[in-house]
Design a protein around this ligand. Structure first.
Ligand code: 6IA
Length: 148
């Protein structure tokens, strides 16, 4: 079977506090499949978002990648409008969706994510914790089970 294509979502203009954690998660996800959105973990990416690409181009490219993906994995500890939007679009496309939340962030997860039974919410401590549950989710091909 070909390598699964993983769309990783994480806050950019919502704030880059967790950028280092995104990079660690992306490194773990690469053990499972091809990560289409590796730039989300890039250290040089700032929340001001200076880039050669226009917002139109970013939106168009990201929506194309989202449509091509086999699974969407979102780090949701730092709230982000863009990530929330991607989650809603992923659900509408019928993609399996894993939402990774760190209780140690001290935040409360939005009820729109935590209360959505189409999403698999994984509360984790270390980036290495997420690999096996995501592998299982991909193997099951399921959208159904609400939690890992
Ligand atoms: O609202 P936010 O900016 O926090 O939304 C973050 C989400 O939207 C991420 O999961 C990305 O998939 C997507 N996204 C938002 N901005 C960009 C972007 N900007 N490039 C790619 N995906 C983006 C370019 C910034 C520039 C410094 C290179």
């Amino acid at each position: 079977m070909r390598r699964p294509r993983i769309y990783f979502a994480g806050s950019i203009r919502g704030g880059r506090d967790d950028a280092r954690i995104y990079a660690e998660i992306i490194a773990e996800l690469r053990r499972i499949g091809t990560v289409l959105t590796e730039h989300v973990g890039a250290g040089e990416l700032t929340d001001t978002g200076e880039s050669a690409r226009t917002d139109d181009e970013i939106h168009e490219r990201d929506m194309a990648w989202l449509a091509q993906s086999d699974i969407v994995v979102a780090e949701v500890s730092v709230p982000s409008l863009g990530v929330g939007y991607e989650l809603g679009r992923a659900e509408a496309m019928g993609k399996p969706v894993a939402c990774l939340f760190r209780p140690a962030s001290g935040r409360r997860l939005s009820a729109m994510v935590g209360g959505n039974r189409a999403f698999h919410v994984l509360r984790y401590v270390h980036p290495t914790d997420v690999v096996e549950p995501i592998r299982r989710l991909l193997d099951s091909g399921a959208r159904g089970a609400p939690y890992f």
